[in-house]
Ligand binder design. Sequence first.
Ligand SMILES: [Zn+2]
Ligand SMILES: [Zn+2]
Length: 107
Amino acid sequence: MNRCVSCEETITNPLCPGCLTKGIGQWLKEKNILLDVTNPSSGSMDPCIKCGDFIDLCTYCFTKHVYEELKIAKVSRKVLEEYTLFFHFDLERLGYYKKAKEEGVIV
Ligand SMILES: [Zn+2]
Ligand SMILES: [Zn+2]
């Protein structure tokens, strides 16, 4: 069983976050944002049943990772807001969603 390398939650989904959040890659393309949204690290036991990529991050940590990358890439607030609204895997809204609110990305 894989564990998320970031939050140490057990990952029960057999798909990697990249496959689960395929829409993100599509959306980035539409926005003309060049960002590497593949898994940031590897070495887990069970590869994704779809693409064979390693599953190291849970979906939440993965979308958080992309969010941080977007910030590093200095995308506009509008883009950040759209991201948090479209790909709200921060289901309880206590993680980066809350942070985005504090930073005034989401009003
Ligand atoms: Zn995690
Ligand atoms: Zn995959």
